[in-house]
Design a protein around this ligand. Structure first.
Ligand code: SAM
Length: 248
């Protein structure tokens, strides 16, 4: 059927492209790509020659209008360079506009580095916050870290090799001694997961950031210890004593 197809593509290993994603990319009338050269490689891999147009959310509104005009009777696929579109990648404004216009939006789910890293880190997965990239400037970065520090959830952050050291140092300073993992090159030859406290990891990567693409996962803050029945009884006794000293 016509409409906008959000298509996830591999984050390293080309075999992770799903059969459905491959079909949709082959049979779409047009592919909106973040970088046409990157997507051209993927299309060669599956033997597709679907026409492509470069798309960014900051592309001017005219392109978005043209895409919307086509969606009524065409199949338009949106991909990013790797992983799931819209996740620290372009697409959100297009989906919002398509929804507002009552047009069909379909998704072809697949790889995303955030979820893949969470499954590798060995940290709690029941609640997590996707933080994306921290700001590059120290002051803005410290502010974001202060804001997310108290949140009772694991944190998922995207990072690049050259900035890993600075980000880990800022996290260690702002969030302290929490379990974390540095996950890199997921599904590629040099996939690696290094676990440790934020302080240990900050020290390890202080000098040289490793090559490649990186996700940092930070475990949640320690839960406040649960009060036992005895604790509660003692607290009630103490309160009553304070209210009526004669009971002492
Ligand atoms: N939309 C993508 C997704 O769903 O994963 C993310 C796009 S974002 C611009 C790129 C960042 O994702 C990288 O800087 C890195 O933090 C992370 N990333 C992408 N591929 C990765 C991989 N194979 N291993 C580790 N991290 C990866």
């Amino acid at each position: 059927p016509p409409g906008l197809y959000i298509v996830a593509t591999p984050i390293g290993n080309l075999s992770d492209l799903s059969p459905r994603a491959s079909d949709v990319l082959k049979n779409a009338d047009r592919i909106l790509a973040e970088d046409k050269r990157v997507t051209a490689k993927l299309l060669r891999h599956i033997g597709a020659d679907t026409p492509m147009t470069a798309y960014h959310d900051h592309s001017d509104g005219t392109l978005r209008e043209r895409v919307l005009a086509d969606l009524g009777d065409k199949r338009i696929a949106l991909v990013s360079d790797a992983g799931t579109p819209l996740i620290s990648d372009p697409g959100y404004k297009l989906v919002r506009a398509a929804r507002a216009a009552g047009l069909a939006v379909h998704t072809v789910p697949g790889p995303s580095a955030a979820i893949a890293a969470l499954t590798l880190a060995g940290l709690p997965t029941d609640r997590f916050l996707f933080v994306g990239f921290l700001p590059a400037k120290a002051k803005a970065r410290a502010e974001v870290i202060a804001e997310i520090a108290p949140i009772r959830a694991s944190l998922i952050l995207y990072e690049s090799g050259p900035r890993l050291g600075a980000s880990l140092a800022a996290l260690a300073e702002g969030i302290g001694e929490r379990d974390a993992a540095v996950v890199r090159e997921i599904s590629k030859l040099h996939e690696e997961t290094v676990t440790g406290s934020l302080l240990q990891l900050a020290e390890r990567y202080a000098e040289t950031g490793p090559k490649g693409e990186i996700v940092i996962v930070v475990g949640p803050p320690a839960a406040p210890s649960e009060a036992t029945e005895d604790d509660l009884d003692a607290a009630i006794d103490e309160a009553l004593t304070r209210l009526s000293p004669s009971r002492a």
